[in-house]
Design a protein around this ligand. Structure first.
Ligand code: FPP
Length: 235
């Protein structure tokens, strides 16, 4: 039986894929978008309710202007073309991150797709955009400090539950499984709060080559593990 409700993915290796194929980096990201579509479908097939994709990090703004513009334009066309697919497969779109720093047109399209898909019930695809785990923790701390300043809570009310309730998407459960592609063993500032007890799966596949079969391998690998959450092994 599948025990996973939420999978988070660090989609790494678009640049290396492009290099291997002798094409521009943006072509690698374009191939990465195709893998995104396949993965959304595969999650539905395997009954994974939540999928969070690390599509653009706070650090990614430091890439060349050309690459950043190319990624934003891919995101924009992805949002245009994905609405029908999301409606057909009954999946809602969400986003986490410092969304205000996205270009106006991307923000507008993002909000429109989020709004149009919000009543879909078969799954959630959450895009991490202009996202950083440390930034999320700082933003959450600011929110809580403001509530305390406005006398809406007491310092003694602050605990892990209250903190979790003030993250970008408090209703989305923590991922049981985090997948990183391209054989790298790094967390890269992704979901630092939410990944405390998540299991890691590193795939050697470069993101554009990731598909249903690779996802199935990760899920099967997870399902064969025994999670203890720091406690004793289950009898
Ligand atoms: C890492 O590859 C990937 C990214 C920085 C961006 C991920 C973006 C996509 C898959 C496409 C856009 C997504 C959506 C949802 C439209 P890298 O460039 O760091 O690869 P490298 O380490 O091989 O250079």
């Amino acid at each position: 039986m599948n025990k996973i409700n939420h999978i988070a993915i660090i989609m790494d290796g678009n640049g290396r894929w492009a290099k291997n194929h002798g094409v521009d980096r943006i072509e690698g990201h374009n191939a990465g978008v195709k893998a995104v579509r396949k993965t959304i479908k595969a999650c539905k097939k395997f009954n994974i309710q939540y999928l969070t994709l690390y599509a653009f990090s706070t650090e990614n703004w430091k890439r060349s202007k050309r690459e950043v513009t190319g990624l934003m334009s891919l995101l924009s066309s992805f949002l245009d073309s994905t609405l029908d697919e999301l409606m057909e497969s009954d999946i809602s779109l969400r986003a986490i991150g410092q969304l205000d720093s996205l270009p106006y047109i991307v923000k507008k399209k993002l909000n429109s797709v989020i709004k149009k898909t919000k009543n879909n019930k078969s799954g959630v695809c959450c895009l991490a955009l202009s996202y950083g785990g440390r930034a999320e923790i700082v933003d959450t701390t600011k929110k809580i400090a403001q509530l305390a300043k406005d006398n809406k809570l007491k310092i003694s009310d602050i605990d892990e539950d209250l903190f979790s309730q003030n993250l970008y998407a408090p209703d989305i459960p923590n991922p049981e499984l985090i997948i990183r592609t391209s054989g790298e063993f790094r967390i890269s500032n992704f979901l630092l709060w939410q990944l405390s007890y998540s299991e890691f799966y590193i795939s050697d596949i470069l993101w554009p080559d990731f598909d249903e079969e690779e996802l199935k391998k990760a899920i099967d690998n997870y399902n064969a593990r025994n999670r203890r959450f720091g406690g004793r092994e289950e009898e």
